[in-house]
Design a protein around this ligand. Sequence first.
Ligand code: SF4
Ligand code: SF4
Length: 244
Amino acid sequence: MDQELVQITREKTIQADKLRWTLYAMHEEIWRKLGIPQLDSENLPHRVEENVVTPEWMPVPDCQTCGACCGGFVAVPTEPDDDVPEEECWEIVAGEEGEEYVVDRYIRRRESDLACKHLWGGVGGKVTCKIYDDRPNMCRVFEAGSDRCHALRRAFGLEPYLSVEDMFAARQRLKEHVEAKGAESDKIKSVSITPDEAGMMKVEVVTKGGESKLVHTFDPAEETWYRVQFEGKTLGEAEKMILS
Ligand code: SF4
Ligand code: SF4
């Protein structure tokens, strides 16, 4: 593995503006050993009820002999209410040196294979999550048997590839699914949390439709917000979350 990636797995903090590169480099390292993805996994549903590719008759796989999502996802973010051990997370920080603010926390990856630090065992063998009861929200909402679950299992060789015919049919259904979602122009595409001159934090978002908006300003001594909480929400959902 690239020496720089080994060093990254030992880091405690990552600058927010370097995060994209870090995740990209780890993604490349993990996926160069896996099968070529047949589908655009980013757009595949992670909930069974939203499946567009997996037939209903397909049995739900057993997580305890899998672990493909824990091995294949590079970015497992935590939210402020998650009870994940902080010492096992990267702090993603923004702001000047000495006055840095945590804007996200991601579970660190282990050095041997870049799987999640909390995965016990190797993908495809007997596995368990060492913090199962306290696993972050992202892991709780990811469902076994979902389209994305099966796609990861295929990439790790735990399920056979789709036939060429099934792959093209699945791509077509996924394309229609993405086009239908594309109408949601008020969904948040990117988020930045940065300090202003008075030491308050500004949450600024850009929607899929291209609208830029300041959605919240908060005192970091009194409130904690991470970028991941806003990503993928509509502006209305974000406002409701802030008020709650
Ligand atoms: S990829 Fe699916 S079956 Fe495998 S551990 Fe994750 S949720 Fe469970
Ligand atoms: S926290 Fe647990 S469930 Fe979540 S990715 Fe890590 S090992 Fe898997």
